[in-house]
Design a protein around this ligand. Structure first.
Ligand code: ADP
Ligand code: MG
Length: 330
């Protein structure tokens, strides 16, 4: 049973605000929910101030300005996210690459003026992309990019870290039930207030926001989706989206249009959803199956759904338009 309060009401607090380039929503239940939501908002703003490439004075911008020049001492969080980002670069053999910024900047996908760069520009900037050039010094907590003009972009992992940090604040203050939603990067803390699992909708990539292909039931887990429908521009009926293939310098194109990861930590879910999106069905499923406690769901452009074995009981596909691919992929 979920605890109730003197007047037999569950205390609920909600927040909705814009940060980290997306709409953030908290729903928390518990005596201190209101105060804790405020603390969580402060944490999100701190993370944005440290890690955004769009803020000139952020730690990440300082690392970028000092590329090829010198080490930059950073906060515990920024160091940790860089370290995890390099791990995922290695694990995905470069499909995930936090030094993708020169390519992302060229396409301008998150700006007012996106454009299709020419092949020379793409090749020139893509040569700068290499996660192996992130030099980490654990003892001094410094980060440096080896070469001039290289630049970090933690956009594919920072929201996951932020969700974990918010969850930690909630847990520390004894919040037992909460939904933390950072623009589709979700952590479902505990159960719903009525003590049944949270039901998280998986966005139908072909429909408007809030229309789902189905739901996944979870208790105390992270669900993160990388989709081609999040940020993109259209040119001659072709969609150019924001998840880049570091091997080509172009938006990733392998048939996958949505990759969802279910995991205990959202930082892993965020990084892995981007990895899986770029790696494609076969390699992505293999990677997810190889990590304890991690599950994956893919949607392809020809309306097929592929999943790891672990989420069969938790997943309910409600849309009739999608077919399930083979359950086992080994
Ligand atoms: P979202 O930001 O929509 O949650 P992702 O987590 O997949 O989606 O992150 C995409 C963002 O990460 C892009 O906007 C870009 O800043 C950066 N990025 C793009 N491609 C890659 C990549 N292959 N590896 C690492 N980061 C990437
Ligand atoms: Mg991601």
């Amino acid at each position: 049973m979920f605890f109730k309060f003197p007047n037999n009401k569950i205390v609920q607090s909600t927040r909705e605000f814009y940060a980290l380039g997306t709409v953030i929503q908290f729903k928390a239940y518990g005596k201190k929910a209101d105060k804790v939501c405020d603390m969580a908002m402060d944490k999100i703003n701190e993370i944005e101030n440290n890690m955004s490439v769009f803020k000139g004075n952020s730690e990440v911008s300082t690392i970028n300005k000092n590329a090829g020049i010198g080490q930059v001492k950073v906060s515990r969080g920024t160091y940790y996210v860089n370290k995890k980002a390099v791990e995922y670069g290695r694990m995905s053999k470069g499909a995930f690459d936090p030094t993708i910024r020169p390519v992302v900047g060229l396409w301008g996908i998150q700006t007012e003026n996106p454009r299709i760069p020419n092949t020379d520009e793409i090749n020139r900037n893509n040569r700068l992309v290499n996660y192996k050039d992130i030099i980490l010094d654990e003892q001094n907590h410094t980060v440096m990019l080896r070469n001039k003009d290289q630049a970090l972009d933690l956009g594919a992992i920072a929201k996951g870290f932020a969700a974990d940090e918010v969850k930690n604040i909630f847990c520390k203050h004894k919040i037992k039930s909460a939904l933390i939603d950072l623009g589709g990067n979700i952590f479902a803390l505990g159960n719903k207030p009525n003590d049944t699992p949270w039901k998280i909708g998986i966005q139908d990539p072909f429909k408007k926001r809030g229309e789902f292909i189905g739901v996944i039931c979870v208790t105390g887990r992270s669900i993160v989706t990388s989709g081609n429908y999040e940020r993109y521009f259209m040119n001659n009926d072709k969609r150019f989206h924001h998840i880049m293939d570091p091997f080509t310098g172009n938006p990733s194109e392998n048939g996958v249009i949505s990759a969802t990861i279910i995991s205990d930590y959202s930082i892993d879910g965020d990084a892995l959803s981007t990895c899986a999106f770029v790696m494609g069905i076969e390699a992505g499923l293999k990677l997810a199956e190889s990590i304890e406690g991690v599950d994956a769901l893919f949607i392809t452009e020809n309306k097929k759904i592929y999943t790891t074995c672990g989420i069969d009981n938790e997943l309910e596909v409600t849309s009739k338009e999608f077919l399930r691919g083979p359950i086992k992929w080994k």
